[in-house]
Structure formats: C-alpha cells, structure tokens
Design a protein around this ligand. Sequence first.
Ligand code: ZN
Length: 496
Amino acid sequence: MATSVDNLKKRLADTNALGAALGLMSWDQQTQMPPGGGAARAQHMGTLGRMVHDHFVDDETQKLLAEAERETDPESLDGAMLRNVRRDMDLSTKIPSALVERKTFLSAEAHEVWVEARKANDFVRFRPILEEMFQIARQEADYLGFQEHPYDALLDQYEQGATGADVRAMFEELKAFTVPLLQEIQASPVKVDDHFLEGDWATEKQKAFTEHLAREVGYDFGRGRQDAAPHPFCSGWSIGDVRITTRYMRRLDSAIFSTLHESGHAMYEQGSPAEWDLTPLAGGVSLGIHESQSRLWENIVGRSRPFWERYLPELQATFPGIAAFSPGQFFQMINKVEPSLIRVEADELTYNLHILVRFELECDILTGALTVKDLPEAWNAKYEGYLGITPPNDSNGCLQDVHWSGGMVGYFPTYTMGNLLSHQIWQTLRKDLGDTDALIREGKFDAIRGWLTEKIYSQGRRYTPRDLVLRVTGKPMAATDYCQGMRSKFGELYAL
Ligand code: ZN
C-alpha cells in the first residue's frame, strides 16, 4: 500500500517535470534559440512558471505534505526531504501566483532587453524593466516577511538562514583584510605582464581544450554537455543531464576558468545519489555551498601552480603563441591581482569587492535610498571608492551582470560566501588527503572528487547549509581560511 510519503513523492514528480520543461526552455533561450523566438518564449515561460507554482502550492500538495509530515520520522531521510518541501512550500505560498507569473514573464523579456542594452551600452533602454524588477523584489520581500531589512527576506531564498547583517559583518572583515593586502601587492616590485593571454585564439581549439579539462577533473559528458552562452551558467534537470556553458573570448584563460567553474557546479549536481534523482533531496543545498564547489575547482585547483605544471605543455601545443612561458610564469599571469571592471574576470582577491558594490546598491534600492535612475552614477562611484577605477561606460559597469534581468536580487553575497567556504572546505580536505599539490600535479582528481562526493555531493539537500558546513569542516563559515589562502598564494606570487 502506498504510504503518505509515496503519494506526496508522486505528486512532486509532476511538479518536477513541469519545472524541468521550464529549465530546458531557459537553457535553450540562452544557448540555441533564434532571436525571433524571444517574444513567444517569454509567454511560454511565464505560463509554465505560473503552472509550476500553482501545481506546487495547490491544496492537494499541501494536504499530502501535511499527511506525510504526520506519519514520518523527522530524523529519517524522508524526514529530511519533507523539511525541504516544507521550506519551499513556506516560501512559495507567501508569494501570490500572479506575481510569480509576472516575474517569470518579465525576466524572459528582460533577458533579451538586457542583452541588447549591454551590447548598445544603453542603460536607458534597460531602465524601465529594471525598475519593475526591483519593485517586484521589494514586493517579494514584503510577502516573505522580514524583521530588520527587506534584504534578509530575499537573501534567505538563496542561502537559508543568512541575513543582511551577517553579510555586512562578513564584508567588514573582508574589507579590513583585502584593502591593505591589495596595497602591499600594488607596492610590490613584482609586476606581472599578462597581455600575452590576449589574442585571436581559435574558438574550436578553445572548445576542445576546455572540454578536455572538464573531462580531466571529472565532469561526466555522458551526463552533460558544454555549449557557448554570453554569461556562463550550469543547469540540469536530472542527475543524468547536467549541462555547462562557457564563453570564448580574446583572453585565453577566460573560457578555461569559466569551464572549470561551471564543471565544479555540475559535478556537485552529478554527484547526488542516483536514487534521489528527481526528488527534492537531489542537487545543491544552497547557492553559497554550490559556489564553494565551483570556486574550489576554478581557483584552488585550476589556478594552482601544479595544475599548470601538468597542463601547460598541452595548452602550448594547442596554442603555440604562448610557447615561451614556464608554468611559473603562466601561474603568475593567471593570478595577476589588479582592480578591474568586470566581476567574472576579476582576480580572487578583488572579486569580493565587486560583490560588495552590488550588495550595497541592492540594499539601497530596496529601501528607496537609491533610485534605479541614479544606479549608473552610484555604481561608478562605488567602483572608484573600492577598486580605484571608474567604468568608462555602463556595458562595463552596471549592465554587466545577468542577475538583475532575472530578478535575482539578494543573490550576489552567495558568491563571496562560496569563496570563503571553498577555502574552509579545502583546508579540511587537505588534512585528510595530505599532499594535494602532488595529487593535482599527477592529475589524480578522483581522490579530490571522491572526498568531495563523500562529504558534500552525495549529501544533496539532506542537511541545512549551516549543518553541512559544520559537519564537513567542524566550524561555522568564517573568513579565516580564505584570508590565509590569499596571504599564502599572493605572498609567494608578489614576494611580500
Ligand atoms: Zn558559480
């Protein structure tokens, strides 16, 4: 006889299928769809978005959930699943379905407008849609409810339990660490010239090389694929189909690190236990932890010296234009610290300052302290203040990120959390695995991936993000390991 949990799972499988269709449409929109498909796609996605929401919050799902909760041990695996469904239900039922439909429709439309506006450096074109997007975010915060700041409600959707006050404290600590270290680096006699990475690198070769690296670290192409997209992302609909994207630029390292980054996200998703597929237990538990996995593979593994001791000869065979450099020189070039305009191209150290800018601006727009109209000016002033550079135009300024067109307000701080957690998790991994430099140099990524799979990937959404961090690293998220990692890497690189 089917139990109440079985009945709920059956119901959720239908919601999952609708969500998968929506996810596939979004992937297609960003990778394959002809421009003429934009208007209809916005309609279709708006409709499907509403259907996913309505199906999930329907009385029938709520009744089955309540029954299942009564009959399930909260400490069991099913109990963990129910906890996730209850949280998703609490978040979803607070937001009216009309607002969900409007937001889904608007974000599909906004994506097209954002792409055009960025290309044409035309903020005014994007402005009305961005104004509505922030109005929606503010409404969402009001519906979700918060105690101190509307930001708390929005952030909690992405990182359960985190608040704006936590984020502010995290940035205070990081600012106090980053700014003096940056000054030391800028005063160092070591100057890194990385212009050799610029060039007309053949797209086909970049594609082949990045796919090779993704395969090497353990991304499973039997359960994934890589395509090009203007803003790299990873998305999946089952453990058997988790896709990555990258972008081919005039800088040789751009696609390489985008691919390693998205491979980190994808391996996390591919690493859920097969028996959890299509259930609320599968996948990543929070955006911060997700980002810790992408940054770990991108920065700690991919931007390490031993990684390039292993792969530089292959890269040089593919692109003879960089044949003159040693692994040590290449290691310097790909780790050059320099305040820059574009977040996704930023070095590991200044990256968090880019996030700080966005966090502060979002907070101010949500409270009305800043209007969207004045956003470009405020953006530029903060870049001048924190990074010492002023964007020459909005394309390289406030129009650079995809997030706001998707209505993802409250999302950015999870990137910085990911940076901190990547180092915290890596320090724990090193205690268990020993000489990680040797593992990387010898291409023994199975050992690293195996450890991560056991501790993190295979846990899916079983524990809350906070509990998972505690279980894996023995302490709550902190900046200590990240700061130590930065000191040690850049101390060596810049002879500090
Ligand atoms: Zn990421």
